[in-house]
Design a protein around this ligand. Structure first.
Ligand code: 5AD
Ligand code: SF4
Length: 441
């Protein structure tokens, strides 16, 4: 038997890409590939790319340039670009970087084995179609390999919202939800392989409306079905749009014990003028009232968000409205970005904000968000939380896991195994994590 071929995958961007990279590795696993951690000994290199901001796309080209020497040494090495840059700039990639053999868009990963075979014959292969079939159904799992205690599971892809700054509706296409029975089967399989916590993924996950036995299901209904899966202890979901936060989902946060008290709910900006120009279809006030309702259902929920500063036509006053909104919500964690022009999106045509002003606003927003994050993390000291252990710590006897609120927690003198859940009293709050002790039963 010949030695297995080696596959190196580098993943950029969101959790959806992390999930997709796993599926690609499984698809090529069926063709005799095993994963390697280094590009140097790879027979195939795949970059699973992100197109959300300009910097993310540019990184791909500089990374590709670095493989020139490797390819010269090893002519059989095949280099592929997957993900959203592949979808958006497929032809352009082939033109700009001749060492690329294969370009595959996010909807075509199930065709990777055939594409790889073609690339091996020396052909250049490009597939960025949006086929009708369910790509996940075609991506067979390998024999039941054991997994870590947490996993992602994609339940819907694409987005119909068309926020004026965003490429997702173009790169990932229209919103498509997977049927519930397939998701439940995949969840069951993950649990059999050791998974205790599943994060349901979708670009617009709370718009989920996949087919169920009695018609389309909401995300909350899907969560209640997953709640019945024995051995599955925790459910999370990301990313949500405020306008799709339906009543049953809000209610589930108060009543479903497996649904974790953490919600990533991007608002992007706090000025109604900017929200309107972003085509967000909600106001600052409607977002704040929504947060109130969610907190009424689950008072201890940790709220996370995304923000863009320096969106075209943002004034200092508009930016102040973002700071005011942040003050009112009090975020447990947040991601904030300087607006990045994406060709082909409506906002790209508009008058841009002075970059120095945008930098300054980003710094001020990040200072406030960091302060809030600190306060929320510090407020955990003295509280009892449940921790799902994910790995051994740096010190003997120490274990590291995540609390219900997604904080990393270090526990010393811990006799529990990876995948165990335990009640932990939080004793101190460090730079990026908490430390606690097991509460003996
Ligand atoms: N510029 C800056 N940030 C962006 N995001 C999406 N598109 C852009 C852009 N053009 C941010 C949004 C989104 C997150 C995933 O990335 O905040 O919620
Ligand atoms: Fe992009 Fe999210 Fe807006 Fe969809 S809802 S267009 S993914 S920012």
């Amino acid at each position: 038997m010949s030695a297995p071929k080696k596959l190196f995958i580098k993943t950029y961007g969101c959790q959806m890409n992390v999930y997709d990279s796993e599926r690609m590795a499984e698809a090529l696993g069926g063709e005799g590939y095993v994963e390697t951690k280094s590009p140097d000994d790879a027979d195939m290199i795949l970059l699973n790319t992100c197109h959300i901001r300009e910097k993310a796309a540019e990184k791909v080209y500089s990374e590709l340039g670095r493989f020139k020497g490797l390819k010269a040494e090893k002519p059989d090495l095949k280099i592929g670009v997957a993900g959203c840059v592949a979808q958006a700039e497929g032809q352009e990639i082939m033109r700009r970087q001749p060492l690329v053999d294969l370009v595959v868009g996010p909807q075509s990963y199930h065709r990777l084995p055939e594409m790889e075979a073609k690339a091996r014959t020396g052909e250049k292969v490009l597939d960025t179609d949006f086929p009708e079939e369910d790509k996940f159904e075609k991506l067979k799992n390998r024999p039941k390999a054991k997994r870590g205690p947490t996993a992602f599971l994609t339940v819907q892809e694409g987005c119909d919202k068309f926020c004026a700054f965003c490429v997702v509706p173009y790169t990932r296409g229209a919103e498509v939800s997977r049927p519930a029975d397939r998701i439940l089967r995949e969840a069951q399989d993950l649990v059999e392989r050791g998974v205790r916590e599943i994060t349901l993924l979708g670009q617009n996950v709370n718009a989920y409306h996949g087919a169920g036995l009695n018609g389309d299901m909401t995300l909350a209904q899907l969560i209640w079905e997953l709640d019945k899966v024995d051995g599955l202890e925790r459910i999370r979901f990301t990313t949500s749009h405020p306008n799709d936060m339906q009543d049953d989902l809000i209610e589930a946060h108060g009543t479903c014990a497996k649904l974790m008290p953490y919600l990533h709910l991007p608002v992007q900006a706090g000025s109604d003028k900017i929200l309107k120009r972003m085509n967000r279809a909600h106001t600052a006030e409607s977002y704040l009232r929504l947060i109130e309702r969610i907190r009424a259902a689950r008072p201890d929920i940790l709220i996370s968000g995304d923000f863009i500063v320096g969106f075209p036509e943002e004034t200092e006053e508009d930016f102040q409205a973002t700071l005011d909104l942040v003050e009112e919500v009090k975020y447990g964690t947040a991601y904030s970005f300087k607006y990045s022009t994406r060709p082909g999106t409506p906002a790209a045509e508009r008058a841009q904000v002075d970059p120095a002003a945008a930098d300054d606003r980003l710094q001020r927003l990040q200072a406030l968000l960091t302060k809030q994050q600190r306060e929320v993390q510090d407020s955990m000291v003295g509280r009892d939380v449940t921790v799902l252990f994910e790995k051994a710590g740096r010190f003997p006897g120490q274990m590291v896991g995540k609390s219900d609120y997604l904080h990393a927690v270090h526990v010393a003198d811990c006799d529990r195994a990876i995948g165990d859940l335990a009640r932990v009293r939080i004793l101190s709050s460090g730079a990026n994590s908490l430390a606690g002790a097991l509460i003996e039963k």
